[in-house]
Design a protein around this ligand. Sequence first.
Ligand SMILES: Nc1ncnc2c1ncn2[C@@H]1O[C@H](COP(=O)(O)OP(=O)(O)OP(=O)(O)O)[C@@H](O)[C@H]1O
Length: 242
Amino acid sequence: MPLIEIENVRKSFGAVEVLKGIDLAIEPGEVVAIIGKSGSGKTTLLRCINGLEVISGGSISVAGTKLASDEASLRALRLKVGMIFQQFNLFPHLTAGRNVMLAQKVVKKIGDREAREVAQAMLERVGLGERFDAYPDKLSGGQQQRVAISRALAMQPLALLCDEITSALDPELVGEVLSVVKELAAEGMTLVMVTHEMRFARDVCTRVIFMHDGRIHEQGPPEQVFGAPQTPELQQFLGRGH
Ligand SMILES: Nc1ncnc2c1ncn2[C@@H]1O[C@H](COP(=O)(O)OP(=O)(O)OP(=O)(O)O)[C@@H](O)[C@H]1O
């Protein structure tokens, strides 16, 4: 059974249809890159999977449960699917460790001691075990994004959605974040990433999805998508259409 099953999903903002019928099944352990031009609907698709946007049509199921829009279902969904954003969204007045503890305490309602143990373990997993007590402004952008990743992991999600998670970073800090993601992929985490890092998509992802004008225009294993793009739109996107 697919972990994430998307059937004929449509999403409109007012009169503008941004997703025009998306069908996509993602199996456990897949590492999926979503690529495409600005405005093609990549972020909107991720936000729909996480219930941050209410879909206008079609259906989305995660681990066999159909996504509904009531608060209880959304809470259950967000326990299963973590999301990491371009901006790290850490609370500046909380230490790295406290940032990782907070969601566990609020959403999972677990006690301080257990949350602290999990937070420590998750920070270690992203190479920041020594920085539990550091405040975000004492951490580099790459470190802050790694804290955000460990915060998502602390919820023990079945899948992680990543929305351009290296786009706000200085170039020299991109590698440390991508190597954490690469390790997660190697450990079998299901990942769906909107990314402009084509080399990463080629080297790490198991499937690449090219979105164009609100539709999945072309998809396949990276060697096919990058090595033998079929449609003029993808060829042009990859810089071969001229
Ligand atoms: N909340 C919103 N209200 C109205 N329009 C929106 C909203 N969110 C997104 N859109 C529009 O939907 C379209 C698709 O946006 P989306 O962010 O999904 O594209 P994208 O492929 O992720 O682009 P980018 O690479 O620039 O992030 C755009 O035209 C955008 O302006």
